[in-house]
Design a protein around this ligand. Structure first.
Ligand code: SIN
Ligand code: CO
Length: 412
C-alpha cells in the first residue's frame, strides 16, 4: 500500500501559543506543567484520572466518546511499509514486524494480541494535536506518538523502557501494573524484552480519557481488558552521551572542510637527525597541538551545531514528498500571504541561538535576515503567515523546504 494518508493534503493542528505553564491543567489532574515538571518529570509515576475530560463529559451525557482513529483505519495503516508496525502475541509470546496484510492481524474479538504503530503523528491530525499539548517539554526530547490496539488480554508483557512516556487510554480499558523494582533482568528465552521477575506494587484500571505518566526504568505491564483497547503513548527520547558526542564529533570533523587553512601541509624544516625514527615526530605533535588549540576543540560551542543538526535528523521511517505540482517562487510567496506554512509532522526543527536547524540541515545558513526570521517563527510557533513579501525567496531554504515536502501549506 502506498502512503495514502501522507499523500493527501494534510491539515496539521494549531499549536497552542503561550501555554499557561503556572496554571492547573486537566491533562495533569489539575496541577500546572510547572509543578508536573518539578515533582514528577523524570522522577516518579503519576496517574491522572480524566486527563482528557471530554470522555467523562460524554459519559455523563449518556454518550460514548471513542478514539478518533477506528480499528479499521489502524489495520489499514499497518499495511503501509512507510510506517513502523509490530504485532505481539502472548500465549506463547511472539513478535513480528510489519507491514501486515489484514489477514495477518487477528480479529478484534480474538484474544492475547496487540498491534503497535509508531510515528502516528504523521498519519492523523488528532495524534499530531496531542503531541502539541506537550510542547512545554523541549522539542529535542520529543520522539513520537505510538498507538497500540489490542484484543482482550493483549499487551507487550512486563518490561521497562529507558524513556519517559505518557500512556493515554483512548478506547476500552487497560489494566496497568507498575513496579519500581531494581531487578530488571530479562527473560533470555523470549523473543521480546520481558522481565524475568515482575512484582507489581501498584495496579490500576485505566478508562478512556485517563493517562499514566511513567519516567524511565519503572517496570510496567499493561493488559487490555476490552476488545479494540487503544493506548496512545507519547514517547520521549534521551540519547546517550556517547551518541551525542560521537555524532557531534563526526559533524565537527566534516565542518573542517570549511577551513581552507587546514589544507596547509605539515612542514618540518627544524627536524633534527633522529636515533629513534620509529617514533611519531615531536615536531608533528607540537604543531598539531597548536592547531587543536586554535580550533578550540575542547569548547562546547564547537560541538553544539553538529549536535543540534543531529537531533533534527528525521526518524528513519519519516517520508517526505514534495508537492505534486509545485508553486513557482512567486506563487509560493503570494500564497504565504494567505495560508499558513507549517512543518510536516515528521519534520524536526530546533534552534541554537539565532540559527535554525531543520531535518539535519542548518537552514538559516547563508539566508537573508527575513528568511532567517521566518524560520525562527516556524520553529517557535510551528507556522508562518508572511504578509510582507520575502525578498529572494526563489533561492531561499524556505522555498527549498517547501519543494522537499518538509514544510507544507495548511488548507485555508
Ligand atoms: C502498549 O501500549 O501496549 C505498550 C506501551 C508501553 O508499555 O510502553
Ligand atoms: Co513500555
Amino acid at each position: 500500500m502506498t502512503s495514502f494518508y501522507l499523500s493527501k493534503p494534510y491539515q496539521p493542528p494549531e499549536a497552542p501559543r503561550n501555554l499557561p505553564l503556572d496554571q492547573p491543567w486537566a491533562l495533569f489532574g489539575n496541577i500546572s506543567p510547572d509543578l508536573f515538571m518539578k515533582k514528577y518529570w523524570h522522577k516518579k509515576p503519576l496517574l491522572i484520572r480524566g486527563a482528557i475530560p471530554a470522555f467523562s463529559l460524554a459519559k455523563k451525557n449518556a454518550s460514548e466518546l471513542s478514539s478518533p482513529i477506528s480499528a479499521q483505519e489502524l489495520f489499514e495503516l499497518a499495511g503501509d511499509e512507510l510506517l513502523e508496525s509490530r504485532l505481539i502475541q502472548s500465549k506463547p509470546w511472539s513478535l513480528k514486524s510489519g507491514p501486515f496484510k489484514r489477514k495477518a492481524i487477528p480479529k478484534i474479538d480474538q484474544t492475547d494480541w496487540t498491534l503497535l504503530l509508531q510515528g502516528m503523528e504523521a498519519h492523523h491530525p488528532t495524534a499530531a494535536a496531542i503531541l502539541s499539548w506537550f510542547r512545554f517539554i523541549p522539542d529535542a526530547r520529543l520522539d513520537d506518538l505510538m498507538i497500540s490496539i489490542a484484543g482482550v488480554g493483549g499487551g507487550v508483557g512486563p518490561h521497562c523502557d529507558s524513556y519517559d512516556v505518557f500512556l493515554i487510554q483512548m478506547s476500552g480499558r487497560r489494566q496497568w501494573r507498575i513496579s519500581s523494582q531494581h531487578d530488571l533482568s530479562l527473560n533470555p528465552a523470549l523473543p521480546l524484552k520481558i522481565l524475568q521477575n515482575f512484582s507489581a506494587e501498584q495496579d490500576w484500571v485505566l478508562e478512556p480519557g485517563d493517562m499514566l505518566y511513567l519516567p524511565p526504568h519503572i517496570a510496567h505491564d499493561g493488559i487490555a481488558l476490552d476488545a479494540g483497547c487503544q493506548t496512545w503513548s507519547v514517547g520521549f527520547r534521551s540519547p546517550s552521551f556517547k551518541e551525542l558526542l560521537q555524532e557531534g564529533l563526526w559533524r565537527l570533523a566534516e565542518s573542517l572542510e570549511d577551513i581552507p587553512e587546514l589544507e596547509e601541509k605539515f612542514a618540518d624544516p627544524q627536524q633534527k637527525a633522529s636515533q629513534t625514527p620509529e617514533n611519531l615526530p615531536e615536531e608533528l605533535i607540537k604543531q598539531l597541538e597548536n592547531k587543536l588549540a586554535g580550533l578550540k576543540l575542547d569548547q562546547i560551542g564547537q560541538f553544539l551545531p553538529g549536535i543540534t543538526a543531529y537531533l533534527t535528523e528525521p526518524k528513519q521511517q519519516a517520508y517526505f514528498r514534495g508537492p505534486e505540482t509545485p508553486l513557482s517562487p512567486s506563487q509560493f510567496a503570494k500564497k504565504l500571504g494567505s495560508h499558513a506554512l507549517t512543518p510536516h509532522p515528521q519534520t524536526r526543527i530546533l534552534c541554537l541561538k539565532n540559527e535554525v536547524y531543520c531535518n539535519g540541515e542548518k537552514v538559516t545558513k547563508g539566508q537573508t535576515k527575513p528568511i532567517q526570521e521566518a524560520w525562527r517563527s516556524i520553529a517557535a510557533t510551528k507556522k508562518l503567515i508572511q504578509r510582507k513579501s520575502l525578498h529572494g525567496i526563489a533561492d531561499s531554504s524556505l522555498y527549498d523546504a517547501y519543494l522537499s515536502g518538509w514544510l507544507i501549506f495548511q488548507s485555508a
